[in-house]
Design a protein. Sequence first.
Length: 236
Amino acid sequence: MSVTTTVQAVRLEGDQYSTTAQTEETPEQVCATGGYPAPSVPEFQDPYIKRQWQLEHMAAVFRVFARKGFTKRTARHISVRDPVEPDTFWINPLGIHFGLLKASDMVQINEDGHVIGGNRVAVNKAGFQIHGAIHKARPDINAICHTHSPAGKAWSAFGRPLDIINQDACAFLGIQTVYENFGGIVLERDQGQRIAAALGKSERVAILQNHGLLTTSSTVDEAGYLFSLLERSCEV
């Protein structure tokens, strides 16, 4: 026996986004969810509203990373593709600690590395080379997280993929790759392109040998979650 559940979420101010769900569920599932859909990413009618939503969530991921100790000094980076101008992306400025970053601090740059919007300050050059190459090569990727977290940096020295030994690690089955050609700080465009090539057409997670971890997703929320899960799995 199954139950058809149809739910129309309340539309927010300006009718900018809403959620509609119609699913076939067992009675047990209906009891578990109360007949309401699980939380999901809102659908935006206005790309400018979506941009602000993404930047606020981006800042939140930075704060979480700071609390988890995934930052050392200020040279690590997270980026998000811009929904208004998809050939550009937003990245954190150079010199501000993760724990202090706000949505208004983020910098918009184009594929040539020019600052075109947001907080018009310097960004990390290596960050641009890595993130710019991946965003250009993989239009399905909207968000990228890269830091040199303690366990991830230690595991990366082995130069091999994560062992699938528990249910957390199962999340990376078939989507992880190892980049073995680390040549120091990524200052040249071809270095970023090689990292992007290592991700192939479908991988979403990269272990950069002797360097650190990199995760990607369609949302910055999930990219941040995958990074936290990957770091924890490396620690185990």
